[in-house]
Design a protein. Structure first.
Length: 165
C-alpha cells in the first residue's frame, strides 16, 4: 500500500511539474498581417502553373510555354468558331483565368464594356467555352510552404468584329 502511495505522489508531482513547465505549449503566437502578406507574395523561387508539354523547361521558358499554349488554344478555338456580331466593334478586354490547387482551369471573370455585350450578347459563354478547351494544367507551387496553390491571371484580349452585311 505504501508503494502505491509513493507512486501516486510521484505521479502527482510529475503532473504538476508538467503543467508548470509545459505552459509554453499553449501560448499563442500572433503573426502580423504584414508577415502573412510578405510570405504570400509571389517570388522568383515559386513555380507558376504549367502544362505537361512544358515539363522540360524552367524559369522564363516555362512561363512562355504556358502562355503560348493558352494563346494558341484560344486562338484556334476562336478561328474555328463562327462568331457573329450585331455591330462593328474594336475593344480590348481583360479575361481572368483561374487555376485551382488540382490544376483545373476555369473562367474567372471578363471585364468588358456595354458596347461589347450589345455587339456580341453571348460573349461570356463564348469565352467560357474557349477556356474549357484548354488542357489540364499543373498547379502553381508556393516554394516557401511547398504546397500547390490556386492562381489566377489576367489575359488581355482584343476583340475586333464587323457588322454582318
Amino acid at each position: 500500500m505504501q508503494a502505491f502511495s509513493k507512486l501516486t505522489t510521484l505521479s502527482f508531482v510529475c503532473v504538476i511539474s508538467f503543467l508548470l513547465t509545459g505552459c509554453h505549449f499553449f501560448e499563442s503566437t500572433k503573426v502580423s498581417s504584414q508577415e502573412i502578406e510578405t510570405a504570400s507574395k509571389w517570388s522568383s523561387n515559386d513555380i507558376g502553373p504549367s502544362f505537361d508539354a512544358c515539363d522540360n523547361l524552367e524559369g522564363e521558358g516555362l512561363s512562355n510555354c504556358f502562355e503560348d499554349i493558352i494563346s494558341s488554344t484560344l486562338i484556334e478555338y476562336f478561328t474555328s468558331s463562327i462568331l457573329e456580331s450585331n455591330s462593328s466593334i474594336e475593344e480590348e478586354l481583360t479575361l481572368v483565368i483561374k487555376i485551382d490547387q488540382e490544376g483545373n482551369i476555369s473562367f474567372g471573370d471578363l471585364d468588358f464594356s456595354n458596347n461589347l455585350i450589345d455587339a456580341i450578347p453571348d460573349i461570356e459563354n463564348i469565352f467560357s467555352e474557349a477556356i474549357y478547351q484548354l488542357p489540364q494544367a499543373k498547379p502553381a507551387i508556393k516554394s516557401n510552404v511547398g504546397a500547390f496553390v490556386a492562381t489566377q491571371f489576367q489575359l488581355p484580349v482584343i476583340i475586333s468584329a464587323q457588322q454582318p452585311n
